[in-house]
Design a protein around this ligand. Structure first.
Ligand code: SAM
Ligand code: DTB
Ligand code: SF4
Length: 336
């Protein structure tokens, strides 16, 4: 979708936007099930990057306790617990700028991925920058999806991160797609961005070829010690509008209502589901911050009569459409 189309959508009266999003949602997701994903931080803190929202950056004095890469068995304990509580996707995050093939830590991650994949869970990892060879090795080890967020517009990105570029992020996404891994790519609301920045993000994501398999929409969790610690909470109606626009712009993707649910009422979350969100992080912790209790989530899903989605280990990156260019870059040039 173009920016102009997204702007027109976003400025519709609230109910008109919801109606449009609901129509798309029902067409693409007739069963209306919700995907449950569980997160685990396998390597926490001490990151070289300066992402202004992140408690894991080594540049900021945060209250976070860092830890090195977890042992395989410890990760497996968490993965089994996630499976037992009904999660179908296990997402592992590492506070790294990126990973290189041939290093001990990459080999360790590959071992972890193989073990988790053997549990018949969808395996998602978010390890920062990846080259083509690393992406292939992750796919061979059993990774079904790779999370790499663009977070905001290319125009606002340099105000949030200076240690890597938007193009670096796009390059990793291309490498992941070329390896045949599904891409999970979304953003954060609450980074002092404009509505145009939010819609630019959706414009770029909607032009991916293939479109991402999932689009996480995070609301900033303000982390003490980071530059954005005092940012105000996002207006819940703006969050619902963003979810609705994401549903329309990337219709076949799971739109994940991600960080920030602890600050949302059941009623606002319900509006998000109505507008097209069909995935949540499930379990009491995100990477380093809190997430709602599982009992509260299950009670809400039951109240709404929403069923949960089964795992899809065969998940492949959606087939590339040869009639459209591969990931046009934000300035209109094509990526290599
Ligand atoms: N280091 C890897 C990377 O940057 O891609 C993976 C981990 S990173 C923590 C994954 C994503 O979590 C970020 O891209 C961002 O969208 C989200 N995130 C991190 N801190 C957040 C916060 N305080 N509030 C909301 N979302 C956050
Ligand atoms: C995503 O978009 N959100 C998740 C996951 N992908 C890796 C991470 C949210 C992190 C929230 C802050 C924290 O727990 O540190
Ligand atoms: Fe590091 Fe990722 Fe946090 Fe940025 S978002 S500081 S790359 S862990």
């Amino acid at each position: 979708m173009t920016l102009a189309e997204l702007q027109e959508l976003h400025s519709l009266p609230f109910f008109d936007l919801l109606k449009r999003a609901r129509e798309v949602h029902e067409r693409y997701w007739p069963e209306g099930k919700i995907q449950l994903c569980t997160l685990l931080s396998i390597k926490t803190g001490g990151c070289s990057e300066d992402c202004a929202y992140c408690a894991q950056s080594a540049r900021y004095k945060t209250e976070l306790e860092s830890h090195v890469l977890l042992e395989r068995e410890e990760v497996m304990t968490h993965a089994r617990a996630a499976k037992n509580m009904g999660s179908t996707r296990f997402c592992m995050g590492a506070a790294w700028r990126g990973v290189r093939g041939g290093t001990e830590r990459f080999e360790q991650v590959l071992g972890i991925v193989r073990d988790v994949a053997a549990l018949d869970l969808e395996v998602c990892v978010t390890l920062g920058e990846l080259g083509p060879e690393e992406a292939r090795q992750l796919r061979d080890a059993g990774v079904t999806a790779y999370n790499h967020n663009l977070d905001t517009s290319p125009e606002h990105y340099p105000n949030i991160v200076t240690t890597h570029t938007y193009d670096d992020r796009l390059r990793t996404i291309r490498n992941v797609q070329d390896a045949g891994i599904s891409v999970c790519c979304g953003g954060i609301l609450g980074l002092s961005e404009t509505i145009t920045d939010r819609l630019r993000l959706l414009e770029i994501i909607s032009h991916f070829n293939p479109q991402p398999e999932s689009v996480p929409i995070n609301s900033l969790m303000p982390m003490p010690g980071t530059p954005l610690a005092e940012n105000p909470q996002v207006d819940p109606f703006d969050l619902v509008r963003m979810i609705a626009c994401a549903r329309i712009a990337v219709p076949a993707a799971k739109v994940r209502l991600s960080a920030g649910r602890t600050r949302l009422s059941d009623e606002v979350q319900t509006l998000c589901f109505y507008a097209g969100a069909n995935s949540i992080f499930y379990g009491e912790k995100l990477l380093t911050t809190d997430n709602p209790d599982t009992a509260r989530d299950l009670a809400l899903l039951a109240k709404l009569g929403l069923q949960t989605l089964e795992p899809d280990r065969a998940l492949a990156a959606p087939v590339l459409d040869p009639s459209v260019p591969a990931n046009p870059s934000p300035d209109g040039h094509h990526q290599q």
